[in-house]
Design a protein around this ligand. Structure first.
Ligand code: GDP
Length: 501
């Protein structure tokens, strides 16, 4: 099949007989899409084409409103380097009042919860900065509800502050500002707020609707107020999820642990994860054996917005993978088989598109050769025949040139002007090669063979190439004004006019 299609031309038709076994119709469809050939898929009468939908695990439809219960916000800390993101996360983790008596050792599992005396909780993603935010988003997993933008009051708004604002905006995630390092002498909170205003973050204190909490991550000042502000923001956003039904979530982290084996942190987004649940995520699946909180405490279940470290993976998933609960181990295996067949297919498709890319490059090169031949004809530059012979016989003074330009238009303009000099009675102008793009080693080779001057118009000339050209004594002349280039050519022509004795 692939051989046939590989060589099938755009308009050819590949026939398939009724008894042809088509293992994966999707492959053929993709091949057809890439190669552009017309192609009929004829299913065998006794064989139903497999539909894809019933093979993969997919999220359940949205829950009915009455099933929705409030859930804690999931918060990502962003901001400029050294403004105190890590210190803030450490401080928050320490003040976490969840089961203080337990006295467990906090584990870095990628996220943790903070609980207020009121019982309100906030979940923090533990990796500060862009990486966590984007890696979660890159796969379409919208894990973050609120961005805490950390701005050091002594430093103010900096490059990554602005970048963080942009990213949060693009993701449509509301921002809450933590103005940090207020313990430092002489810091100016108002100035920081004014600077934020110029980037569209108008804090409440200056008449806007963005909460800004002055804190000191180092001295643990005002952290409760910050968490309260986050729960308030969450209420405004009316964050809810269905704690019943099949679990959905996202993998925050996944790794091989020397002690416990395959471990992955799951942030539950819907449903309630329990021991014994069977989940699939990316290329991995698990029958949940152990659930651990960030404090290293065994937990029985994890409702929405709870991050838990999960043991029981047969194959590890990757960070960012979507987690879906399935009905049975058999179903999990089915999904894994389906996904692995999809990966094979994707690989075959990308191999095939590499082939068609190579073919396209080949065709382009051929077209270029044709164009060159035609151009040589048009400029009547040299008689046909072996080069050596020609070079020996040719005693007429000649200026050989090779022209490279940034765009078709400029190259053509230059060639048009050079054509008028072609008729110079005593010096022949010989265009040996031309093209669009940077000067390449291939150009050097051609120039060396014909002892040509290379004219580069508005294009790059890599330094190693310049050095090579110098070694081989090939002049490369770069210009960015056409008439200067033409003047240069004229000078070269004059220099080659035989002196009268
Ligand atoms: P990150 O790069 O944003 O994660 O910043 P860090 O948390 O690593 O903090 C950078 C530096 O600022 C460290 O030396 C911290 O001790 C210091 N720092 C962080 N928060 C505060 C604060 O509230 N007050 C003061 N004085 N220093 C702080």
């Amino acid at each position: 099949v692939f051989k046939a299609l590989e060589f099938a031309d755009k308009n050819s038709e590949v026939e398939y007989k009724e008894n042809t076994v088509i293992h994966n119709p999707q492959i053929i469809r993709d091949v057809v899409k890439i190669s552009g050939c017309r192609f009929k898929i004829v299913p065998r009468p006794d064989q139903e084409l497999e539909t894809e939908e019933n093979k993969d695990a997919v999220p359940a439809p949205p829950a009915p409103p009455e099933a929705l219960k409030p859930r804690p916000p999931v918060v990502c800390v962003m901001g400029h380097v050294d403004h105190g993101k890590t210190t803030l996360l450490d401080a928050l983790r320490d003040t976490s009042v969840v089961d203080q008596e337990f006295g467990g050792i906090t584990q870095h599992i990628g996220a943790f919860e903070v609980q207020l005396a009121s019982g309100d909780k906030v979940t923090f993603l533990d990796t500060p900065g862009h990486a966590a935010f984007t890696s979660m988003r890159s796969r379409g997993a919208h894990a973050t509800d609120i961005v805490v933008l950390v701005v050091a009051a002594d430093d103010g708004v900096m490059e990554q502050t602005v970048e963080s604002i942009r990213m949060a905006r693009e993701a449509n995630v509301p921002i809450l500002v933590a103005i940090n390092k207020i313990d430092k002498p002489g810091v100016n909170i108002e100035r920081t707020m004014r600077a934020l205003s110029t980037h569209g973050i108008i804090c409440e204190a200056v008449g806007g609707d963005v909460q800004a909490i002055p804190v000191s991550a180092l001295k643990k000042t005002n952290l409760d107020t910050l968490v309260e502000a986050l729960t308030l923001q969450a209420q405004l956003m009316d964050l809810k999820a269905d704690p019943g039904g099949y679990v959905e979530g996202v993998v925050i982290e996944a790794q091989m642990d020397a002690r416990t084996g395959k471990q992955a942190t799951v942030l539950v987004q819907r449903g309630t994860l329990r021991r014994g649940s069977i989940i699939v995520a990316g290329n991995g699946w698990a029958k949940v054996r152990v659930l651990n909180s960030a404090e290293g405490r065994l937990v029985q279940e994890a409702p929405p917005s709870t991050p838990v470290s999960v043991l029981g993976w047969r194959e590890l998933p990757s960070a960012g993978d979507q987690v879906l609960e399935v009905s049975s181990e058999k179903r999990a295996n089915e999904v894994m088989r389906y996904r692995s067949s999809q990966r094979m297919r994707d690989k075959q498709v990308s191999d095939l598109s590499a082939i068609s890319r190579a073919q396209a490059a080949h065709r382009a090169a051929y077209r270029a050769r044709l164009a060159r031949k035609r151009a040589l004809g048009r400029y009547k530059l040299r008689p046909d025949g072996p080069r050596e012979k020609m070079l020996q016989r040719d005693t007429h003074p000649t200026l050989s040139v090779l022209v490279k330009g940034d765009v078709d238009g400029s190259v053509e303009a230059i060639l048009d002007i050079l054509e008028t000099y072609d008729e110079h009675e005593r010096v022949r102008l010989d265009l040996v090669h031309f093209g669009v793009g940077a000067v390449t080693p291939n150009d050097l080779e051609i120039a060396e063979m014909f002892k040509a001057v290379i004219y580069a118009f508005n294009v790059d000339c890599p330094t190693p190439l310049l050095l090579d050209a110098k070694k081989k004594n090939i002049p490369i002349k770069t210009h960015n004004i056409i008439y200067r280039l033409v003047d240069d050519v004229k000078e070269e022509i004059s220099a080659r006019i035989p002196k009268r004795l």
